[in-house]
Design a protein around this ligand. Structure first.
Ligand SMILES: [Zn+2]
Length: 115
């Protein structure tokens, strides 16, 4: 059976202007992205081209008929050509496992941190 196009693709979104030689980059490297994607805020950044992305979601509690705020976090790959900063809103997409804790990569900076 032919592989569908959406299964393994280059990072979708805006192609970064910079070009990097990172082999784990979703645009210039060998890592391809899968369909699963999330949008969140970069809350932590460190060496080894990693970042932590967090977003909030509402979780319904039937007993109280109200929503509670829950947070999700992901360790993601931040390739040098995108280089998202802390506070930026980014789109992340699933990849093959990049390291022990990373299975996602930033593919696009949606909004820059303006503070
Ligand atoms: Zn790149």
């Amino acid at each position: 059976m032919a592989k569908t196009k959406t299964e393994n693709e280059r990072g979708t979104g805006v192609m970064p202007e910079k070009v990097c030689d990172d082999k784990k980059c979703p645009y210039h490297g060998k890592v391809l992205v899968k369909k699963e994607s999330y949008t969140g805020k970069v809350i932590r950044k460190d060496a080894s081209r990693s970042a932590t992305v967090e977003w909030e979601r509402q979780y319904f509690i039937p007993k109280f008929e109200r929503y509670e705020l829950r947070r999700s976090r992901l360790r993601v790959h931040n390739s040098p050509c995108i280089d998202a900063a802390i506070g930026d809103t980014v789109k992340v997409m699933k990849t093959r496992p990049i390291s022990k804790t990373k299975h996602f990569a930033i593919v696009e900076v949606i909004a820059k941190n303006t503070q």
